[in-house]
Write a protein that binds this ligand. Sequence first.
Ligand code: FAD
Length: 470
Amino acid sequence: MTSAVVVGSGPNGLAAALTLAAEGVSVRVVEAADTLGGGTRSSELTLPGLLHDECSGFHPLLLGSAFAERFDLTGAGLTYRWADAEFAHPLDGGRGATLWRSVEETAAALGRDGTAWRRVFGPLTERFDAIGEEFLQPMLHVPRHPVSLARFGARAAMPVSALGRAWRTPQARALFGGAAAHALRPFGGVLSSAIGVALTTAAHAYGWPVAEGGSAAIRDAVLARAAEHGVTFETGREVTTIDELGPVDLVMLDTSPRAALRIAGRRMPRHVRAAYRRFRHGPGAFKVDFAVAEGVPWTHEQSRHAGTVHLGGGFEEMAATERQVNAGRMPERPFVLVGQQYLADEARSANGVHPLYTYAHVPAGYTGDATEAIVRQIERFAPGFRDRVQDTHVRSATGMAVHNPNYVGGDILTGANDPAQLVFRPRAGLDPYATGAPGVYLCSAATPPGAGAHGMCGYNAARSALRALR
Ligand SMILES: Cc1cc2nc3c(=O)[nH]c(=O)nc-3n(C[C@H](O)[C@H](O)[C@H](O)COP(=O)(O)OP(=O)(O)OC[C@H]3O[C@@H](n4cnc5c(N)ncnc54)[C@H](O)[C@@H]3O)c2cc1C
């Protein structure tokens, strides 16, 4: 019987383990942390009874993915839930914009920019199943839906600053800019629109759902399926070298390329080692979870109904702050993502106090404290917020890397989304998962299709390993 060890139990490690085990491979997962799940863990970070997502909060790319479908994760207990609005972007003076599930409704609220919104996102939304199938694989493949992919590619290739000119009003520009900021890239670069276009289209097609009971419910659904196939687990053990794993046929590394080098570098060809050394990490995230009595008093009314709220002021202000963090400078008013998962999943709150999830974009390896900058950004759009805070839990950019070694310097995307790494991640080559060491594969978010708790990197990597075995 073929045997495999998966190092790391993030969503990609677990997806790789399940995909291999379902094909009859005997799989053991070894995890450094005391709990399984990597970026899909949830816990009471503040007050008792308040459930916070420790990392990933919203799952537009899991729903409908080949991995979730093949293993019927909803049948294994995963339930998606949605807030009334997918995301909102408050501006100064109580103005703002809201992304509703419906393209029509969103466009109608954007006034004279509605037509352009419809033109950009309408056709992509209609074809999102086909587009998603294409971009959730390595870039080098024969497309099954070339026309849809070309239409998506035409938008994705544009710099955010260029695509942003499709809209004139501060509201529409900010709405797109906030989604585009998820790439953690300067707005002027080629391909910098790719992630914003994908996430905005996904929001229209599937919404930005949360997992009922916290993102850990994703982990639990995969674990339930893994148990059916006899996968075994060991926690609290950091793998430092491949030799300690004993004789196995396959090793799947749910790690950063840097850690993969430490673990198996001696078995890799020189050109792969050199490529992994060159792998670039992006800016960091500084996360603060709050316990907030009665929720956030947003001045922009619709932000009170949105699962996600993007704070960063207008388009130009966000362009400036994203440029700054990429240049290693901490902005005075950073981009802040606010998650109000409890609006979709009420059981995460207790006694009228709600768990609020926030993180700011900060420079890589930022050692300062961004807590006050986050509170001030929220106060800017929700005066009185500070007085409602009952408790706070802080995870700094450097703390993020301690919590999970894949987030090097606080890089929650496990690799910069620069043009080269968007196309060829983690290195140029026909099989991005192969490390060149026999039987050793990289399966983390450092591989295609990149960051997100969708499991598709692990699923694709396992399929690549199975193909090589055959
Ligand atoms: C604050 C934050 C917010 C996010 N928001 C979202 C979101 O809303 N939606 C979304 O889709 N994604 C989001 N993400 C990103 C998402 O969580 C990650 O892209 C995803 O978890 C990557 O999965 P992975 O399996 O590649 O690695 P990870 O989830 O990072 O897991 C890697 C695991 O491997 C273990 N490990 C590493 N090295 C070793 C070793 N040597 N030995 C043993 N174990 C090891 C680690 O301890 C960890 O458990 C967010 C991330 C963060 C941090």
